[in-house]
Write a protein that binds this ligand. Structure first.
Ligand SMILES: NC(=O)c1ccc[n+]([C@@H]2O[C@H](COP(=O)([O-])OP(=O)(O)OC[C@H]3O[C@@H](n4cnc5c(N)ncnc54)[C@H](OP(=O)(O)O)[C@@H]3O)[C@@H](O)[C@H]2O)c1
Length: 287
């Protein structure tokens, strides 16, 4: 992974990973539906986000596609990620899901197609073969995974290499309450971008006392401190919001810098039970 430098002055905030150039400031759309989704994605694009994260499971690909088309921004400037739901990751089902997503988005290709969650009942070899075929058939410019702990990521990397492909991203829960250093290190070792989902801890960490102290010291909002913590670790973050002021705040984070001591204090907030997203079908996590 070769992250571009970010810092005061607003240098291009991208992460480059195995041929992909991924805008670090992405916009999440989980639970945004209908007009709420259209308005939020349009607001995000107006403000400057150029990376939109959706999924077949979110039920909002139609609205995301409409907002992209309604914007005056060229398709080539917007990085669109979608995901194949865990029940649909057998090789042929995965391809059918990817085609259906493109139909709803009304796009010829997504920039990134992810396996949303691994599935113990479906051989990983079949899933990765399907993912690589999606790439070969041009349905996706890049491919990756989500919710893959280290051991599964290592298997996926090897399987993709067998088809001549490299994964570009692993999208996982990450915020100051959860220590994800093991899977982040594994991603780095393979040149794979780590993308933080629920980067604000689903909004729960915004009221944390330590974050509040650091926010006061920098005259910034707590959410901006948390998102800057993600960016300065050279990872991609995809906060979600349907509140216009929050959408703007979450993007305006490239004109200040946290100190090493700020980063260490925020990283020290992790706890053993910090994971917030752990459905019954989740894999065996690293921590
Ligand atoms: N791959 C996966 O399995 C997976 C799982 C979960 C999420 N994701 C992706 O990651 C995205 C983000 O994760 P998430 O939606 O779980 O959680 P999140 O982005 O950490 O938090 C969203 C919550 O924070 C609030 N919020 C946002 N900005 C704020 C601000 N500036 N100040 C105060 N509160 C703020 C939002 O409320 P308002 O709307 O009022 O701002 C919302 O309630 C998702 O939308 C989805 O795209 C992927």
């Amino acid at each position: 992974m070769t992250p571009s430098k970010i810092g005061p002055g607003g240098q291009a905030p991208f992460v480059e990973a195995n041929g992909a150039r991924i805008p670090q400031r992405g916009f999440g759309t989980f639970q945004l539906r209908d007009d709420v989704c259209r308005k939020a994605v349009s607001a995000a694009l107006d403000i400057g986000y150029r990376h939109i994260d959706t999924a077949a499971m979110y039920g909002n690909e139609v609205e995301v596609g409409e907002s992209i088309r309604d914007s005056a921004i060229g398709r080539g400037e917007i990085f669109v990620t979608t995901k194949v739901w865990t029940d649909d990751i057998e090789e042929n089902a995965l391809l059918a899901s990817a085609r259906a997503s493109l139909g709803r988005l009304r796009l010829e290709q997504v920039d990134l197609l992810l396996i949303h969650w691994p599935n113990r009942s479906i051989p990983l070899s079949s899933s990765i073969k399907g993912l690589c075929r999606a790439r070969d058939e041009g349905l996706a410019a890049h491919i990756g995974v989500s919710n893959f702990p280290v051991a599964l990521l290592e298997q996926a990397v090897k399987l993709a290499a067998g088809h001549g492909h490299k994964l570009v991203a692993n999208q996982c829960e990450n915020h100051p309450r959860l220590d994800q250093s093991k899977v982040i290190a594994a991603c780095e070792a393979h040149g794979i971008a780590f993308t933080s989902y629920s980067p604000l801890g689903r909004g729960d960490i915004v009221g944390d006392e330590v974050i509040g102290q650091i926010a006061k010291a920098h005259s910034r909002k707590p959410s901006q401190i948390i998102l800057r913590w993600h960016l300065q670790q050279k990872i991609v973050a995809i906060p979600r919001s349907s509140t216009p002021g929050h959408i703007a705040d979450n993007f305006a984070i490239d004109d200040f810098e946290l100190t090493g001591s700020d980063i260490a204090r925020i990283s020290a907030l992790h706890r053993a039970n910090g994971r917030m997203v752990t459905p019954a079908f989740a894999p065996d996590w690293d921590v």
